[in-house]
Design a protein around this ligand. Sequence first.
Ligand SMILES: [Zn+2]
Length: 159
Amino acid sequence: MQCELCGNEGFKCFPSNVDGVRMMLCPGCMKYGKSINEKKEIRPNVTKSIKTIIKRKIVRDVYVGMDRELISNWSESIKNARIEKELSREELGFRIGERTVTVAKIENGDLRPSDKIAEKIEKELSISLFEKVKEIPTKISSNHSSGLTLGDFIKTEEK
Ligand SMILES: [Zn+2]
């Protein structure tokens, strides 16, 4: 690179302000100008990437919050679906790899089936035992009762 002041080549030149004119100066000529802080020009990108990180984090939190949960009347649903399919508790238990007593407990509401068992039951009985939980994570919902969009939350974060 060639120094715009002395014309010397072979030096690494830096942007400098010489009497209001931006020039590339070699280290030897730097004293004639005022070094321009290039960081100012880079900054907008940095801000943007921080925004992206914040946004990503929120999206992930919301996603985690969009969890599924067993429907409230799971015991009833399982029992009704099993009877409809004309399966005995023994047969259903055999199909899902659980003991008859486990099936009985689940149908009586005494035992909350694990996700794994519930999924097997869903498959065997062709029913849906899960519902999406629409609740926003407590972190957001605790401060704002309603009507808060993702955009509003990002704005809040930037303050
Ligand atoms: Zn120079």
